[in-house]
Design a protein around this ligand. Structure first.
Ligand SMILES: Cc1cc2nc3c(=O)[nH]c(=O)nc-3n(C[C@H](O)[C@H](O)[C@H](O)COP(=O)(O)O)c2cc1C
Length: 372
């Protein structure tokens, strides 16, 4: 029985060689939003992994929309040129699909990198800035409250998403994932925990979905029609009276009607009060529900670490693709090892073909070698 994990997948017009996705992972290693040598090394080695798709880390649409001062951004010509260099290197050596996660941190902006403690950097501290959000409610108790976005602010943020999408189009990215999860700006609009507005962007579910949908429309209208745009959504806040799976399904249906190509289903991030029930594949049931009720290609993520586990998720129809974050950092050749375990074939660079183990004679797609 051939492995389902290694079946091709169609996301809009984008065809992926298999159903393994490298999840977006912030590196907090950019300079004024620009990628550097770290990104070339990090993304370069992940691009050789054999995964079908790599989603670049949360990439800010403005300096203010960064989580930390080291976040990747795509809001200046310098950012665009720096990322072009990284992408050119990847393209020269790997057929992997490359998408980018387009992000705005909202009230979680102006933070330290996790390895520096991850705390808020207040606007009056060196390197800090005033964050913006749907409402002037801080993420954590005692933190500097964000400035609530007014009509002009909403116009500006929408335009920033579109401008970043235009730069991403020029860079030749294969797809865009809008970050609607993990307690960042768009999730803040969705969740009643962060959104206390009384205008048409707050209150009812329809009102709370309005701004994220407007951002989707702005990005979709800018990015070339033949390339997919989708959204990552937190399916629950893990807090009573927070954002939930019913809202997630409603949002995904509204997105589908507007031309969204897929949904990437994660959870949490909007509240320090969250009580997450962790375990292997703990978010997969949410992806399954979205896939069943919405019918868009659905990507599951979260503690998916074993090839057999990933294979079962696809074979059982719980999701159309799996995305891996920590397991890919720990084992950047995870797709090779999964293909070996499941008896499938995977792409590997020709420079590495000779590493194919004796017992897996057909592991590397197209591999052949000889010597005189
Ligand atoms: C180092 C690191 C950076 C991350 N950065 C992002 C990010 O930029 N955007 C995002 O949506 N999720 C981010 N995440 C979350 C992952 O994409 C993923 O959803 C989460 O780690 C659960 O998957 P895993 O169990 O395979 O690690 C990050 C996770 C890690 C470990």
């Amino acid at each position: 029985m051939p492995a389902h994990l290694f079946d091709p997948l169609q996301i809009g017009a984008l065809r992926l060689a298999n159903r393994i996705v490298i999840a977006p992972m912030c590196q907090y290693s950019a300079t004024a939003g620009s990628a550097g040598d770290w990104h070339l090394i990090h993304l370069g080695h992940l691009a050789l992994s054999g995964a079908g798709l790599m989603i670049l880390e949360a990439t800010a649409v403005s300096a203010e929309g960064r989580i930390t001062a080291g976040d990747l951004g795509l809001y200046s010509d310098a950012n665009e040129a720096a990322l072009a260099r990284v992408l050119a290197a990847i393209r020269a050596h790997s057929p992997i699909g490359v998408a980018m996660q387009v992000a705005h941190a909202g009230r979680k902006g102006s933070s330290q990198a996790p390895w520096d403690g991850g705390k808020q950097v207040r606007p009056d501290q060196p390197g800090g800035w005033k964050a913006v959000a749907p409402s002037a409610v801080p993420h954590g108790e005692g933190e500097d409250p964000p400035a609530a976005l007014d009509a002009a602010g909403l116009d500006r943020v929408r335009a920033e998403f579109a401008a970043t999408a235009a730069r991403a189009a020029r860079l030749g990215l294969d797809g865009l994932e809008i970050h609607g999860a993990h307690g960042y700006l768009l999730h803040q609009f969705l969740s009643p925990i962060a959104n206390k507005r009384t205008d048409r962007y707050g209150g009812s579910l329809e009102n709370r979905m309005r701004f994220p949908l407007e951002v989707f429309d702005a990005v979709r209208a800018t990015f070339p029609a033949e390339r997919p745009v989708w959204m990552r959504i937190s399916a629950t806040d893990w807090v009573p009276d927070g954002w939930n799976i019913e809202g997630t399904v409603a949002l995904a249906q509204a997105l589908k009607a507007r031309g969204c190509a897929a949904i990437h289903v994660t959870t949490g991030g909007v509240s320090p009060q969250q009580a997450i029930k962790l375990g292997p594949g703990y978010q997969v049931p949410y992806a399954h529900r979205v896939k069943t009720e919405v019918g868009l290609p659905t990507i599951a993520v979260g503690l998916i670490t074993e090839p057999e586990q990933a294979e079962a998720i696809i074979a059982n129809g719980e999701a159309d693709a799996v995305s891996l974050a920590r397991a890919m950092l720990y084992d950047p050749r995870w797709p090779w090892h999964a293909a070996a375990r499941l008896g499938a074939q995977v792409h590997a660079p020709k420079q590495y073909w000779r590493s194919q183990p004796r017992e897996f004679k057909n592991l590397f797609d197209g591999a052949s070698f000889g010597q005189r």
